[in-house]
Design a binder for this molecule. Structure first.
Ligand code: GLC
Length: 459
C-alpha cells in the first residue's frame, strides 16, 4: 500500500506533493500511534525508516532537477533562425534549462504591447526579454528589468559595438546585452545604375533623378520604396530622412522638440514628392518592411530603404536580384551627411522571473561569439560583436559586412527617453496623416510638436 502510494507520488513527479504527503503521513503516524508506527520503532521498522530516508534523499534532488523553462517572446519572422539550431545547441549544453520560444506579431510596437501588458498586469510569464533597442529606457524606467551591471565586466562589454551597448543602458545602468545589431540603409540596383551610367546616389535629388531616368527607360516601374505604414518602422525610416535634412526629433538631453522646424517639413516634402511624382507607389503608405522587401526583390523598383536582413534574401539562389544589389548609407541633402537609424535586438532579464541565474546563462550563450556566428549564418542579420564583422568565414559568406560596419558607425538612435513609446505614437499618427493627405504637413507637425512637448513636460 505504502509503496504504491509513494510510487503514485513519484509518477506525479511533483516534489511538493511528494513531500507534503510524507509530512501528512508522518503526522498520521504520530497521532494514531498505529501499528506501523510500532513497527518503525522496532528494529525492522528502524531499518525501513532509514532505507526510506536514503531513498528519499537520493530521489528528491532528481525530482527537483526537472528542467527550468525560460519563456521568451519574439516576432515570428525573427524566430526562424533561433529555431534552426541555436536553441537546440543551448539546451544540449545546458540540460537543466529549456527555452520556450513564443512567436508574436511582426511589428515591434505590437510585440512591445504584449510585453508591456504582461508586466503591467503582473505575474508576467516572461523570463528573458527580447528587446528592441528602443524599449530599454521604458522597460528599465518602469522597473521591469534586472540591472545586469554586476554580471558583466566593462572589458567584456568592449567586444560589442559601443552604440549597441549604449542602447542597453538607462540612467547609466545596463539592462540589455545586444544579441544582434541593425542599421537602416539604402539598397540599389547596381546592375541598372551601371548600365545607365549612374554612380550610386548621394543626395535626395540624385535619388529622384536616377529613379525617374530608370523609370523613363522602362528598366523599372517604380523608383523607390520605403516603410510608410503607421507603425514603428515609419519612425526608423523617417529618422534617416529627417537627419539627412539636418533636422531632429527630440534631443534626449534637453528634451527639445524639433518637429515643427523647417527641416522636418522638408523631410516630409521629400517623401510626399516621391509619391506625387510617381517614384514610389501610392500603396507605400501602407507598407511594412516585408512588403517593401518583396516589392524590391520582384524587380519592380530601383531603390529600397531597409535593414540588413534583406541582403541574403535578395541574393539567395532563386532571387531575380542575385548579385545585382548594392548597399550604401541613406542619401542626404547636399552638404549634410547621410544617416542610418540604429535598430537591433538584445536580451534582458525580467525582474519578475523566478530563474534569473538560468536566464543569465542563456544570455551569455546567445550573445557569445559562437552563437552569434551561427545566428548570422542562418539569418544574415548584423552581429553585435565587432570582431564578427571582420571574421574571414563571415566575410566569405557576406562580403558586404565590412561596409555594414562603416554604415553602423554613423548610425543614430531614436530618442533614448523613457517616454519613447508615447513620443513615437504621436509622430506616427501625425506623420501618417501628413503623408496620406488627411492633414497638411504644417498643421500635422505643429500638433505633433505640441503634443510631444506636453508629454515630455508632464514627466
Ligand atoms: C527592426 C529594427 C528595430 C526597429 C524595427 C522597426 O526590427 O531592428 O530596431 O524598431 O525594425 O520596424
Amino acid at each position: 500500500m505504502l509503496i504504491l502510494f509513494f510510487d503514485w507520488c513519484l509518477k506525479l513527479k511533483s516534489p511538493l506533493i511528494f513531500l507534503n504527503s510524507i509530512k501528512m503521513f508522518e503526522l498520521n503516524l504520530l497521532k494514531k500511534k498505529s501499528k506501523i508506527f510500532q513497527k518503525l520503532k522496532s528494529r525492522t521498522g528502524l531499518f525501513f525508516a532509514v532505507s526510506l530516508s536514503i531513498i528519499l534523499l537520493s530521489i528528491l534532488p532528481a525530482l527537483s532537477q526537472q528542467p527550468v523553462v525560460l519563456n521568451l517572446l519574439m516576432a515570428a519572422p525573427d524566430a526562424q533562425p533561433w529555431k534552426e539550431g541555436l536553441l537546440k545547441d543551448f539546451e544540449s549544453k545546458n540540460p537543466g534549462i529549456r527555452i520556450n520560444l513564443i512567436e508574436g506579431p511582426n511589428a515591434t510596437n505590437l510585440l512591445e504591447d504584449l510585453y508591456t501588458s504582461a508586466f503591467i498586469l503582473g505575474d508576467s510569464p516572461y523570463d528573458l526579454v527580447n528587446m528592441d533597442i528602443i524599449w530599454t529606457s521604458k522597460f528599465a524606467a518602469a522597473g521591469w528589468l534586472l540591472d545586469l551591471d554586476n554580471r558583466i565586466s566593462l572589458e567584456e562589454l568592449t567586444a560589442f559595438s559601443p552604440q549597441d551597448v549604449n542602447g542597453g543602458r538607462y540612467e547609466g545602468k545596463l539592462y540589455r546585452i545586444p544579441m544582434r545589431s541593425d542599421v537602416g540603409m539604402l539598397y540599389y540596383r547596381e546592375d541598372l545604375l551601371q548600365q545607365a551610367g549612374f554612380q550610386p546616389p548621394e543626395t535626395f535629388e540624385d535619388l529622384i533623378k536616377i529613379s525617374q531616368a530608370l523609370q523613363k527607360q522602362g528598366k523599372v516601374k517604380w523608383g523607390y520604396v520605403w516603410q510608410g505604414r503607421q507603425y514603428e518602422g515609419l519612425m526608423a525610416m523617417f529618422m534617416e530622412v529627417l537627419k539627412g535634412y539636418g533636422g531632429f526629433w527630440v534631443k534626449p538631453d534637453t528634451l527639445e522638440v524639433g518637429l515643427d522646424r523647417p527641416e522636418t517639413l522638408r523631410a516630409i516634402a521629400f517623401l510626399k514628392d516621391t509619391i506625387s511624382q510617381g517614384i514610389s507607389p501610392p500603396g507605400v503608405t501602407t507598407y511594412q518592411e516585408e512588403d517593401t522587401r518583396r516589392f524590391f526583390q520582384s524587380g519592380q523598383t530601383a531603390f529600397l530603404r531597409s535593414w540588413p536582413y534583406v541582403w541574403p534574401l535578395a541574393n539567395q539562389a532563386d532571387s531575380p536580384l542575385k548579385g545585382k544589389v548594392g548597399i550604401k548609407t541613406m542619401v542626404s541633402n547636399s552638404g549634410k551627411t547621410g544617416a542610418a537609424c540604429l535598430g537591433g535586438w538584445g536580451l534582458g532579464i525580467a525582474k519578475s522571473s523566478k530563474h534569473p541565474e538560468e536566464a543569465w546563462k542563456a544570455i551569455q550563450y546567445f550573445t557569445s561569439v559562437q552563437a552569434q556566428r551561427q545566428f548570422i549564418f542562418n539569418s544574415g542579420s548584423v552581429p553585435s560583436r565587432v570582431s564578427l564583422f571582420k571574421d574571414p568565414e563571415v566575410i566569405a559568406k557576406y562580403p558586404h559586412y565590412p561596409q555594414l560596419l562603416e554604415v553602423e558607425k554613423q548610425a543614430v538612435l531614436r530618442p533614448p527617453i523613457a517616454q519613447y513609446a508615447q513620443t513615437s505614437d504621436i509622430l506616427q499618427r501625425y506623420l501618417s496623416a501628413a503623408l496620406t493627405n488627411s492633414m497638411t504637413p504644417e498643421k500635422a507637425m505643429k500638433a505633433a510638436a505640441n503634443e510631444t512637448r506636453t508629454l515630455l513636460k508632464s514627466r
